[in-house]
Design a protein around this ligand. Structure first.
Ligand SMILES: NC(=O)CCC(=O)C(=O)O
Length: 268
């Protein structure tokens, strides 16, 4: 299975509508070269451009949905279209969209762990509540977004829901690039699953982006890594590999459920 991760640059001088058109063009250019195309987190506005979240928010079936559905159909690819700011019921969400090659919505995911502590996304957006997977022809894929990567229990939940690969769109800062690589590899190793982590390039809202999108295999090896600038990162995945590794090294079967529940250690 061929995957293309479009590590688009978010430049505040490029109007959102122009970047949307450019992203759609980049997706169409993968026609014949990819089965799955991935875009990063909040690429229309930039993950740290909190001032734009409200003014650039859209309903689910807004301009980003429409342009990405058409691009998936034209390119005949599965498209994880990254995320956009969704306005729904008076709240904002960091929502990812997945389209099938006929341009139908296959899944949508509202980011569960919001970043920013007491500012930005953490205060402006509402948290999602649902774990989401979608089925490619030979691979079940779980979805997380950026900061979610720091929360292993989310990914374990996705494994319990059948995931053999994770797609993680992100807007990760260059300052924590070491965490990005380490966490992507950790999620792959502990879950014996592919990780496709697609970040942004460029700099917006004063935050230089890490770039360095990654494809990590279920053994934890990095099979492809982008540089810091705008780039399309391509990799070939073997959909049989997660099951083969889980069979060869069956650590997931040794889980002791409930061990994480708080309890006192008695000193004898
Ligand atoms: N957009 C994000 O979720 C950023 C996450 C981040 O910077 C980090 O986890 O570090």
């Amino acid at each position: 299975m061929r995957a293309s991760l479009i590590q688009i640059a978010v430049d505040p001088d490029e109007p959102v509508a122009d970047r949307r058109a450019r992203a759609a063009r980049l997706v169409r250019e993968e026609r014949g070269a990819a089965d799955l195309v991935v875009l990063p987190e909040l690429w229309p506005v930039g993950a740290f451009a909190a001032d734009l979240f409200q003014p650039e928010s859209e309903p689910l079936h807004g301009p980003t949905y429409k342009s990405m559905a058409a691009a998936a159909r034209d390119a005949e690819v599965w498209l994880h279209a990254g995320s956009f700011v969704e306005a729904a019921g008076g709240a904002l969400h960091n929502t990812s969209l997945v389209f099938s090659p006929d341009g139908e919505l296959a899944a949508s995911y509202r980011k569960i762990h919001r970043f920013g502590f007491d500012k930005g996304e953490a205060v402006l957006m509402a948290a999602g509540e649902d774990l989401v997977t979608f089925d490619l022809p030979h691979l079940t894929v779980g979805v997380g977004t950026c900061y979610d990567l720091r929360f292993p229990e989310l990914f374990r939940g996705l494994v319990d829901a059948g995931a053999e690969a994770f797609v993680v769109p992100a807007g990760w800062p260059a300052r924590r690039r070491a965490h990005w690589r380490l966490l992507a590899q950790a999620r792959a190793v502990e879950n014996q699953a592919y990780v496709l982590a697609c970040g942004t390039a460029g700099s917006h809202a004063g935050v230089e982006q890490a770039g360095h999108s990654l494809v990590v295999d279920p053994w934890g090896e990095i099979v492809a890594e982008a540089g810091p600038g705008e780039e399309v990162l391509r990799a070939v995945l073997d959909p049989a590999k997660p099951a083969a590794i889980r069979e060869e090294f069956p650590a997931l079967k040794d889980r002791v459920l409930g061990v994480a529940a708080p309890r006192r250690t008695r000193v004898r």
